[in-house]
Structures are given as C-alpha cells and as structure tokens.
Design a protein around this ligand. Structure first.
Ligand SMILES: *Cc1c(COP(=O)(O)O)cnc(C)c1O
Length: 525
C-alpha cells in the first residue's frame, strides 16, 4: 500500500465521523467490552461446586450479612472478556513500540520457557537454602555477568525496578558518607536538568536537597557546570549516561574525577545501558553505583507485561554497604547473608531476594546471545536509532542537529511551529497508524520533545514502514491537513481523552448503575 516515495497510494481518510456507529459497539474485529462488573452477574458461575449445606460459622459475629456480589461469568464468557481486553492493549508482540528511554525490545520466548522450569518457577523464598542451590547459583552467575559487563566490584540484586535501584545506590552512598562521618555535612545531590524524574525524586526520598545542573546547548553536561555546583555539602552527582537526549556524555571521565576530588560519589542512571553493553564498562568511567534495568537492557517483559528488576552495581568504596540479602559462596555451597550484624550493609530493601523470574529471563537472554551477541545488540540498537534519525532529518527538526545519537533519536517541535499541530497531536495521529507513540515532552530540556527508540529487535522492513508512516504524517503537516491530527486518534477504541481531568479528578470507584436508569440509558442510545 505504500509506493516508493513512502506515500500511501490510497488517500488517508482524515476524519472518521461518517463511520456509522454500529448497534453492538463492535467494529468488525475490534470488540467493545464492558467492565466485568457490568457483564458479570453474582448468580452466574463457571464452576460447579456442591452446595455448602448446613454449617456453623466460626467467624464470631463477623459473618457477612449481605451477598458478596462478585461478578460471575461462565468459562467462555470469562475467556472472551479477557481476550477482548487484551486486544485493546498495545504490546511489543503486536508492533513497533518506539517509546524512548524504555527499551521496548522483543522478549524472547526462550526466556519464558526457562523461567517456567519447575526448579525456578515453583520454588518458594522461604525454602531451606539447601533445596534452592541451583536458583542461588543462577543469581550468583547473573551477578558475575553484570559485574563483568560493568567492571564493578559487587552488585545488589534485590532492587525491583530502576527507581528502586536508584534508591538502593543512594542509600549505599548515604551509608558510606555516614561511615566516613560526613553524613550530616553532605546534604545536596546534583541532578542535571535533563534527568529522568525518578532521579530528583529518589534524591529527595532519601532526604537530600536537589541542586539542578543546567544542560549545555548540545544536550550534554559540562565538567565546568558540575564543578561550579560541587562543594563540601555535596553527597553525590546523579548522571544518566548515555543521557536522556540519547547522547553519550563526552566529559564523563572528567566529571567523575571532579566529583571524587570534591569527596562526593558518582551515581550513574544506567537505564540506557542498552546502547553501550560490551562497548564500555561504566565503572571504568569512574562510576560508583549504577542501576541496570533488566527489563530494558536484558529483555525481561515490562510495562503491563511483568515486574521489573533493577540490580545495582557498586564500586569498591560502596560494596561494603550493599543491602542484605546477598549470596556468599563457601566452596561449592551457596549461602544467603540475611542479617546486617557483622556487616556494614545499610539494611534490606525487599522482603525476599528480588525478582527471581526476571533473573532467569535475563540470564537466559545473556547465555543465548553470548558476549558477542550482546555487544551486537547494542551496536544494532544504535544503528537503528541513527537510521531513523537520518531518514527523518529532512522533515522533522532535531535539537542537536546532525550529531549521531546512541540508541534513541531525539526530535523537537520547531518543525511544527505555526502549523497548528502539536507534539501531542502528532503522537495521537501515530495511534491511527497503528503505532504506540514515542516518548513525548521528555527530556524537559527540549521543547516539545519526541524521543524515538526502536531497539535492535526491529527488522529493517519494520523500521522502514515506521519511517514512511512518520514521513507521511509529516507531509500531512506540511500540507496543512490539521484535521488528521486535531481529532486523532480516530480509529482507536477510545478517542482523545481529557487527560488533565483524568489526572485532576480521577474516578476511582465504580458505582453500580441503577437497573432502571441503566435500561433507560440503553434505550436512549
Ligand atoms: C526507565 C528509567 C528509569 C526508571 O526505571 P524503572 O525501572 O521504570 O523504575 C530511570 N531513569 C531512566 C533514564 C529511565 O529511562
């Protein structure tokens, strides 16, 4: 349907209002689906259980006096309900997911097979350690891969997300400063303006004052700006590298030296590690602590797909303060150090040992790729992002000109000026083309930012179609076809939502419609 100029041969229908409303609300294969409370009825069930018969309640006076009123469905109704809901969800298994900074790469099915092996999937964190030696060995092996790839002395495995990892790293830094007797004096954490919101939030949560570092014209942080903000009151710098503008920080080594010379620590946000795995060991750059998002770099599912995992690699200086539990190897036996007595550990971050399923998936990814494969994944991710950057450079504006990017390409909204189309409109029109929008309005240092991260797992054909779709949208902007954008998405199950109202006055409680009113409402429609 696309000719070789990347223009659809069929004109795109701009507005959809003429599309007839259907009686059912379904649109061919796009099924409308009500909430389970609306489709279910308390008297319906998919299971055949014997009547409880006579029994004496043992709840004192606490027995329920009204029906529980949970919505029941038959088995086929249950299947349809959840399958229909699942089909409303955009997913990496459905299409290209260009959400910058999120590394939405394919989750290999081999990883799922491995995570479901009974020896990994069916164990319990409170089992005696003698019965879970294999699981502990896997965590230990994964830890050694992570320290090898980063050049770190130690890694804390238990944090359960990137942001949780940030908290872990900053707590280790705080503990190290306290051990040095400087805990009270060093109250400030430096955070560049381009940082992910979790960085200042983490610093504040741990009790620090946040001092912003301005970004340079070219989107990177200068050693002078860091130096100017350093002082005896500074505990740490939190810097993302590659940064959220998709650029490798060229002065990172000098910045690390300046931070250390001022007696502070260097926390690196490693969310963008996918761009440099196998190419650079972050600890060689002078990093003291860095979280790794297994759910980004190492292909474990994220978003609606599963929990994250944010192991934190630590330098020699911070390793003694790592949280419990950690694994110790005595000869051929693995033991868990669960308590802080006799250690300098800052404490415990989670109830148990971290996200075992994610550890298995990440290890499976690493072993199936090998060191060379992981390096190639990084190279391909960077190549794909640069391909997109260059192929769109004549129609969209890039804040940092022709500078090569790492694994994500950043555009701004200068090319939309005076067109009546905003970054938000453009992103909504992408939904009509079957794409999840890119990251919008982030990083904040770039006006109307659009951050595109294709990852290495997209084929050239898939990336080419994406580029052509974006070019087609850009041509529409140039031609003044603003209706294609102003009301978008036209073809999604729901049109544009009032996101401000949803955020300011969220309706968090479902109330049962009155049967008569509901009937009238249906009749009125
Ligand atoms: C994703 C991300 C985080 C937070 O990671 P979570 O796992 O979502 O908590 C922090 N910083 C950057 C730059 C990120 O992209």
């Amino acid at each position: 349907m696309l000719n070789n100029q990347g223009r659809p041969t069929q004109p795109v229908e701009v507005a959809a209002p003429h599309v007839r409303k259907t009686f059912t609300g379904h649109r061919a294969l796009a099924m409308e689906e009500a909430l389970i409370f609306e489709v279910g009825r308390a008297e319906v069930t998919g299971v055949d259980v014997d009547d409880a018969g006579e029994f004496t309640p043992r709840l004192g006076k606490l027995e329920r006096t009204t029906p529980i009123d949970l919505p029941g469905l038959s088995e086929p109704e249950t299947m349809r309900h959840y399958v229909r809901l699942s089909q409303k969800n955009y997913a990496i298994d459905l299409g290209l997911y260009p959400l910058g900074s999120c590394t939405m790469k394919h989750n290999p099915r081999l990883n799922e097979r491995m995570a479901r092996l009974p020896g990994f999937g069916d164990i319990h964190p409170m089992q005696p350690v003698s019965t879970v030696q294999g699981a502990l060995e896997l965590i230990d092996t994964l830890a050694s891969w992570l320290t090898e790839m980063t050049g770190a002395s130690a890694v804390a495995m238990s944090p359960k997300a990137g942001a949780h990892g940030e908290a872990c790293g900053m707590m280790a830094i705080k503990a190290a400063l306290e051990a040095r007797g400087e805990g009270a004096q060093r109250r400030v954490v430096l955070v560049p303006e381009s940082a992910h919101g979790t960085n200042p939030a983490t610093a504040a949560l741990i009790g620090y004052d946040v001092r912003p570092i301005p970004a340079r014209e070219d989107g990177t942080v200068s050693v002078e700006a860091v130096q100017a903000a350093l002082g005896p009151e500074v505990a740490a710098l939190m810097l993302t590298n590659p940064n959220t503008c998709g650029l490798f920080e060229p002065e990172v080594v000098a910045i690390a030296q300046a931070v250390h010379a001022a007696g502070a620590f260097f926390y690196c946000d490693g969310a963008n590690f996918n761009a440099i795995v196998g190419k650079v060991r972050p600890m060689d750059l002078g990093v003291d602590a860095m979280h790794i998002n297994l759910h980004k770099t190492f292909s474990t599912p994220h978003g609606g797909g599963g929990p994250g995992a944010g192991p934190v690699v630590l330098s020699d200086a911070l390793a003694p303060f790592a949280p419990v539990p950690f694994i110790r190897k005595d000869g051929q036996k693995f033991t868990l150090v669960e308590h802080t007595q006799g250690t300098q550990s800052f404490g415990r971050m989670t109830a148990f040992h971290g996200q075992m399923g994610m550890f298995v998936r990440a290890m499976s990814y690493m072993l199936s790729h090998g060191g060379d494969g992981i390096r190639q994944a990084s190279e391909d991710a960077v190549l794909n992002a640069n391909y997109i950057r260059v192929c769109l450079s004549d129609v969209m504006s890039a804040p940092f000109g022709d500078k090569p990017c790492m694994h994500e390409a950043l555009f701004d909204d200068r090319w939309l000026k005076n067109t009546g189309v905003t970054t938000l409109d453009f992103a909504k029109a992408m939904i009509d083309e079957g794409y999840h929008p890119m990251t919008m309005y982030f990083p904040l240092v770039v006006h109307g930012a659009m951050l595109i991260e294709p990852t290495e797992s997209e084929s050239k054909a898939s990336i080419d179609l994406f580029i052509m779709a974006l070019r087609d949208l850009a041509f529409s902007v140039q031609k003044g076809e603003t209706e294609r954008f102003s009301g978008a998405p036209y073809y999604a199950p729901r049109r544009r939502l009032d996101e401000t109202r949803a955020a300011r006055s969220p309706v968090l409680r479902w109330t049962k419609p009155k049967p008569i009113a509901a009937a009238n409402q249906i009749a009125a429609e």
